[in-house]
Ligand binder design. Structure first.
Ligand SMILES: *Cc1c(COP(=O)(O)O)cnc(C)c1O
Length: 360
């Protein structure tokens, strides 16, 4: 068996240790004679797995007691609708900051439901930075302010948490959750599709302040109302049990690594090496403002895009997978989520140096 280095933006690589444990337990989970995915979600066994996962996530993120953690489905894209349906309230107003593909999609979806104001945008500079706090045109009567801390496609990240005053702050943490310590109390709601930094696709994690529950607009489908999910312990219907279990294994792995503080240190080192290399090279380039460079997703271009296909072909042959940039922007992208080991980044840099030497 050869595990190659996987730089996929999502679904992304998982830690070997986690996959091995899942493999070992697959046919006979803890001596019960069946797989965890063949068990009732209402069984004592699965409920214990689910509760442990929530407890570990709470511990990892230091989630305050007045927040609920929900394990849902529908991806981050489902949240683009659930958020306005649940939080817009009577006046129907919300502010959004636009920093790239994912925030644009969130804005487009929210516009189906209310009066959505773009409080800040870096579209004019091709989404290569984020707006400064002072540039935000916030409405004090907005029901919430939505932003995307890490734009997975553009590789653009905030270097600050927007101050929205009394207005609840809502953040799409799909591609950077658990990558560094976070003060959850600054937020009204945090959400993340699992397939980047948590586990397999099919699970969506929502962390919501309790006072924001129970305000869904009339006519909201029950499945899209946070309140019934919270009341039912995220078992309103059959949850994605295998994804939930695997997420739990990832949380335990993260704790063994030293939690998010240790991950942040490692993530800074990994991304730092790659950006330094790109900056020193005259062959590779990254267009993002230095202060807003993502630690999770590192896009880069080659001096001659006619070499892109060869780069991808040779990198794959060298065991470096999924370096192709998003179809909307082209170029390359190396995603360096928690599960990507530092050795993968070293191998990538060695390959890039050699490619530049032979082709540059
Ligand atoms: C991947 C991603 C999404 C979309 O997630 P789905 O689970 O596919 O809906 C949304 N926002 C961000 C920031 C992402 O990285």
């Amino acid at each position: 068996m050869t595990r190659k280095y996987n730089f996929s933006a999502g679904p992304a690589g998982l830690p070997d240790e986690v996959l091995l444990q899942a493999q070992q337990e697959l046919l006979d989970w803890q001596g019960k004679g069946l797989s965890i995915m063949e068990m009732s979600h209402r069984s004592d066994e699965f409920v214990a797995v689910a509760e442990q996962a929530e407890q570990d996530l709470r511990e990892l993120m230091a989630v305050p007691d007045n927040y609920r953690v929900l394990f849902l489905q529908g991806g981050a894209t489902g949240q683009f609708a659930m958020i306005p349906l649940n939080l817009l309230g009577e006046n129907g107003k919300a502010d959004y900051i636009n920093t790239g593909v994912w925030s644009s999609k969130a804005i487009k979806e929210a516009r189906l439901y209310g009066d959505i104001h773009v409080a800040g945008s870096t579209e004019a500079d091709n989404f290569s930075s984020v707006p400064a706090q002072a540039e935000l045109a916030l409405r004090s009567d907005a029901a919430y302010l939505h932003y995307t801390p890490n734009e997975t496609i553009g590789g653009v990240a905030y270097d600050y948490i927007p101050d929205s005053g009394e207005v609840p702050l809502v953040a799409d943490y799909s591609s950077s959750i658990l990558s560094e310590p976070l003060d959850v109390s600054r937020f009204g709601l945090i959400y993340a599709g699992a397939q980047k930094n948590i586990g397999p696709a099919g699970l969506t994690v929502v962390i919501i302040r309790e006072d924001l529950l129970g305000n869904a607009r009339p006519g909201t489908p029950t499945m899209l109302d946070y309140q019934p999910h919270a009341k039912a312990g995220s078992m309103l219907n059959t949850p994605p049990t295998f994804g939930w279990y695997l997420a739990g294994l990832v949380f335990q792995w993260l704790k063994r690594q030293g939690g998010v503080t240790a991950m942040a240190e490692c993530n800074r080192r990994k991304a730092g090496k790659l950006y330094d290399f790109v900056d020193r090279s005259a062959f590779y380039a990254n267009p993002v403002a230095v202060a807003n460079r993502s630690l999770m997703n590192v896009p880069f271009t080659l001096a001659d895009d006619k070499l892109d296909a060869l780069f991808l072909q040779q990198s794959e042959a060298a065991g470096l997978l999924n370096l192709q940039g998003h179809r909307s922007v082209g170029g390359m992208r190396a995603s360096l989520y928690n599960a990507v080991p530092e050795a993968a980044v070293d191998a990538l840099i060695d390959f890039m140096a050699e490619f530049e030497r032979t082709q540059g």
